[in-house]
Design a protein around this ligand. Sequence first.
Ligand code: AP5
Length: 216
Amino acid sequence: MHLILLGAPGAGKGTQGALLTERYGIVRLSTGDLLRDAVREGTALGRDAKRYMDAGELVPDEVIVGLVRDVMARVDTGVVFDGFPRTRAQAEGLTSLLEDLGRPLDAVVVVEVGDEELVRRIAGRRICPECGATYNVHDQPTRVPGVCDVCGAEPRSRPDDAEETVRRRLSVYREQTAPLIDYYRASPTAVHVIDGARPVDEVAAELAGLLDPIRA
Ligand code: AP5
């Protein structure tokens, strides 16, 4: 199964993507995580990407499509794409990549959440710098305040979760990524729109209702 989770920053793509990997035994391909790994490792890609990420702008399409192509060459299970594609050029790149690999795109799921809730979630997000576990001070806190449940490190805010950068990321989503909903509506792949403003388990249950029949 190959599917795209499309949604604004903070919509819960990463959270739901992680649950889908457990439910279906598929891989989550998050271009944001790949870029953050490169930044942490201090590679040339990471140094270059950091400038765009810190400003809330998109990393150039050719870099992203190359990155995804490299990962897909090593993956032989299904994939949930999280945060990719984000532009029409990336969507076209994915279409041709999947065609080359002979793999169909089964679904596009749009996770909708209003701006006020997005801003609230992003302000509350904390990520463990060691193991990548994601928390939220409002709804999904660590068991012991300031201590990662998984590895004991101290979860932190993401650098690009600063208020001004978030505003820019939301505009970039509206301008460059939201138009992909119509792009996919005009394609043979089914597009599902779900209400992502509900609690995590309710959103996950709706996703399972949509995807279990595809998986079967
Ligand atoms: P990326 O890492 O992809 O970030 P994003 O798309 O902005 O999405 P987020 O990670 O902020 O949110 P999410 O939807 O995954 O929500 P999450 O589950 O964490 O990209 C970062 C940057 O990298 C970009 O700005 C760009 O510069 C670059 N980049 C990445 N991909 C690129 C591409 N393809 N092309 C070009 N550039 C690219 O949830 C958020 C918070 O809410 C968490 O705290 C979570 O615990 C909580 N939460 C989740 N679900 C719920 C719920 N249902 N109820 C309450 N709280 C919830």
